[in-house]
Design a protein around this ligand. Structure first.
Ligand SMILES: Cc1ncc(COP(=O)(O)O)c(C=O)c1O
Ligand SMILES: [Zn+2]
Length: 371
């Protein structure tokens, strides 16, 4: 397997044996590597995300850090009289889809022989990186906003990570981590390309579970875009290897109280200089005012003929309640996609999929307080 890193801005090449997460020019790195999908082999393997082994950019099997995660159930449900497939990614070992990214990224970190990493997160990515680092015996330093749910903070600490609670906004947390990342390898879920090559398995599984066909519409909660953009990368790889012949519309869903990506799409202004967030949102996982991957996210949405929509706090709470009442215990951030689905116009025959991204037990206190 041949993997290179290429800068999205200046197109500089790097070898995958180099311990870098960003180009020298400051640009994002993407992976140059040809994913393959030998279907017969894949179907005989264990039902985990690693069954797509030829599409995952880890050179040596011995470096894989895995809990046999993934291949989460895809279950049909009905909301507002419309059918939808729910991809139950809240059932991952650490309780969110971030384990997809963490498994591939921490495997790469082991492959690079790195024994200390730093990450910043609204909680779930930090918990996922902490879990996989615990399994790999890698030291990790996790930065989170002070206001993060207690359950997520405890989870990160109990995995043995060093936790730093930063006052202020999510962006203040990111800045604090970036300063440390000058000297420690940055296992960032939104900067590091290997994380996206884990989250892309979300769409591989959906396509396989639907009988190797694509859905028509995907509704994805979006903050930093690790699931949305990872899905786009995965779709491109499936298309390039002739597994699929059609790309679904990707609809990003944001909380109206923090919707910079919707703003960027509607105003054609990706700089976000004039975007001012005014209010808090219960969807803490996507409360990102200044998503650094704005260009990648908008590109993915436009190329798939998709959109970015937003939902009100009341719509999120109502969707959360509806989802609980159907027996799925999720966190409020996940309910954003359900709220988006309820109001997004679609044709009856269209096949729609959305992820349940995080487990409800991670935000029990919020759930009690919002009743
Ligand atoms: C439960 C949950 N859903 C969705 C997301 C959205 O992910 P992203 O910020 O990468 O777009 C997050 C991010 O933390 C999350 O925790
Ligand atoms: Zn560059």
């Amino acid at each position: 397997m041949k993997v290179n890193l290429i800068c999205e801005s200046c197109h500089e090449h790097y070898l995958s044996s180099e311990s870098i997460w960003q180009c020298k020019c400051g640009g994002f790195l993407s992976l140059d590597f040809h994913a393959h999908f030998p279907l017969e082999k894949i179907q005989k393997r264990k039902p985990t995300m690693w069954r797509y082994r030829e599409a995952l950019p880890i050179i040596n099997d011995n470096h894989i850090i895995s809990f046999d995660e993934g291949f989460t159930p895809l279950t049909q449900e009905e909301f507002a009289g419309k059918k939808v497939f729910l991809k139950q990614d809240h059932l991952f070992p650490s309780g969110s889809y971030k384990d997809r990214g963490a498994s591939v990224l921490v495997s790469k970190i082991r492959e690079l022989g790195i024994n200390k990493v730093i990450e910043d997160s609204s909680g779930n990515a930090g918990a996922a990186i902490a879990a996989y680092c615990a399994k790999a015996n890698i030291k990790c330093y996790i930065y989170v906003p002070e206001k993060t749910s207690q359950e997520k903070l405890k989870q990160i600490e109990r995995y043995g990570a060093h936790l730093y609670k930063i006052p202020g906004t999510r962006e203040d947390t990111a800045k604090a981590a970036l300063r440390q990342a000058q000297t420690t390898y940055y296992a960032s879920h939104y900067w590091n390309p290997y994380f996206f090559h884990g989250t892309k398995t979300f769409i591989f599984e959906i396509v396989e579970q639907l009988g190797w066909v694509t859905p028509d519409i995907l509704l994805i909660p979006v903050g930093n875009g690790t699931l949305l953009y990872g899905t786009f990368i995965g779709l491109k790889e499936l298309q390039r290897d002739n597994i699929i012949h059609k790309i679904p519309k990707i609809i990003g869903v944001q909380a109206e109280n923090c919707a910079p990506l919707e703003y960027a799409l509607k105003t054609n202004d990706n700089t976000l200089i004039n975007y001012i967030r005014t209010k808090e949102t219960i969807a803490e996982g996507i409360a990102v005012t200044n998503p650094v991957r704005v260009n990648d996210i908008i590109h993915a949405v436009k190329e798939t003929n998709g959109d970015i929509i937003s939902v009100k706090e009341q719509e999120i709470l109502s969707a959360l309640n509806d989802t609980f009442r159907k027996g799925f215990y999720i966190e409020p951030t996940s309910a954003v996609a359900i709220a988006g689905f309820k109001k997004y116009p679609m044709k009856q025959k269209e096949v729609v999929v959305l992820p349940l991204t995080g487990h409800g037990l991670k935000t029990s206190k919020t759930t009690i307080e919002t009743k």
